[in-house]
Design a protein around this ligand. Structure first.
Ligand code: COS
Length: 382
């Protein structure tokens, strides 16, 4: 649902203040501790951040894609690990259920998802199915009123905190591609489900990814999401949406880094004057600003197109491709503008440089976005 302008401004203002006053002062601590303080998570719940995209009837804010992206830009102005805490509930962990769930499934889970009482997670990737996500090997064999799941999922965001997984598993072994895959809502406490240790990562400390192992996990038939064999399409449509959300976060990070660069360059003196007076510094600021504006324009336009009911497979891939590559360049220039101060940990610039690297990889690598963009462009004839 699109918010009226006043409510939208109020929401954005509230999120901006929360980010500035509450989250930014904790960036270094969260990175060091590799954890977000429990009281901050509670404040996020109270603000409704876990339910940004969940329909109002289940207790969420039911934001349109455009409004979610505008909020995403605000959330991007701090360490991306904070967003990750509720990012799966807003995006890939909940949207299969929102788009394809039955009324009974929605009534059972969505109120808890919206409030943050239920943490969700999206389990598609496997050791042998990364970019080639239609190649999932986790099996789901029908046994009466249950499916029995066996296999391993890899790099699953928030798996260590999750109560509910959307799992893509092969329910028809005779069909090797996406057509043999079904989606399931799998509760964490089912016997046979275990979660590995969080991986040690390059960046985004405070956000966690783990293996999820299924050892004869019996999932009730009523927890299948959509029809048998529709799981791959569920996953792809969830990702179409998720890619717009990630684009918005990339834009927010770029805007944050630009503000940091401008502040630093105005204050840092060399050759007897602020380095912001030098045109070679200005050139880097101009390039970063221009690219951030381009990413914002295309992401918001794509979000509005999705809100109008159109397919945005191409536009979401193009937005994510451009925005994630863009923020990589912006972070690189930020290190350059800060110089030695950007390379040491004190200003947090090197942390952002590491944090943004994953944006070019998860929810589809840049190369996969190129594949999707090219295919869709050829389908559309240009
Ligand atoms: N929306 C709806 N349906 C879609 C779709 C989309 N965005 N993308 C694909 N499909 C459908 C296709 O229409 C096709 O249906 P039919 O069999 O009825 O024709 C089916 O799904 C198979 O699609 P396709 O042939 O394109 O599958 P491929 O295996 O060739 O390629 C890619 C799929 C590479 C695009 C996909 O695997 C992908 O996005 N990989 C990256 C996965 C990813 O983002 N992983 C990150 C993990 S989650 S953090």
């Amino acid at each position: 649902m699109a918010l009226d302008l006043e409510t939208r401004e109020q929401l954005i203002d509230t999120v901006r203040r929360f980010v500035t006053e509450r989250l930014r002062p904790l960036e270094a601590k969260v990175s060091e501790d590799d954890a977000i303080p429990a009281e901050v998570i509670e404040e996020m719940k109270a603000l409704g951040l876990f339910g940004l995209s969940i329909p109002e009837e289940y207790g969420g804010l039911d934001l349109s894609m455009e409004d979610e992206c505008l909020v995403g830009v605000e959330l991007g102005r701090t360490s991306p690990a904070f967003r990750s805490a509720f990012g799966t509930n807003v995006g890939i962990g909940s949207q299969g259920l929102v788009m394809f769930g039955t009324d009974a499934q929605k009534a059972k889970y969505l109120p808890g998802v919206a409030s943050g009482e239920i943490i969700t997670s999206f389990a598609l990737t496997e050791p042998e199915a990364g970019s080639d996500s239609a190649a999932v090997q986790t099996s789901a064999v029908r046994d009466g009123d249950f499916y029995v799941l066996n296999g391993t999922k890899r790099f699953i965001t928030n798996a260590n905190k999750a109560d509910l997984f959307t799992v893509m598993a092969r329910s028809d072994a005779s069909k090797p591609g996406g057509g043999g895959v079904s989606a399931f809502l799998v509760e964490r406490n089912l016997p046979g489900l275990s979660v590995g240790k969080p991986e040690k990562k390059m960046g985004q400390q405070g956000a966690h990814i783990c293996d999820v192992i299924f050892d004869n996990v019996r999932v009730p038939v009523e927890n299948r999401l959509g029809n048998e064999g529709e799981g791959f399409k569920v996953a792809m449509q969830v990702l179409d949406r998720g890619r717009l959300h990630i684009s918005a976060i990339c834009i927010g990070v770029a805007e944050r880094l630009l503000a940091d660069c401008v502040a630093y360059a105005s204050e840092r003196k060399q050759f007897g004057q602020a380095i912001s007076n030098f045109q070679l510094i200005q050139g880097m600021i101009a390039d970063s600003k221009t690219e951030a504006l381009v990413a914002k324009a295309m992401t918001m336009e794509s979000a509005r197109k999705r809100d109008a009911g159109h397919s945005v497979t191409l536009e979401a891939a193009a937005s994510k491709y451009f925005a994630s590559e863009m923020v990589g360049r912006v972070a690189d220039r930020a290190v350059q503008i800060f110089g030695g101060a950007g390379y040491v940990a004190d200003h947090g610039i090197e942390r952002f440089y590491r944090d943004v690297r994953i944006f070019r990889i998860y929810e589809g690598t840049s190369q996969i976005q190129q594949v999707v963009i090219a295919r869709e462009t050829m389908k559309r004839g240009g």
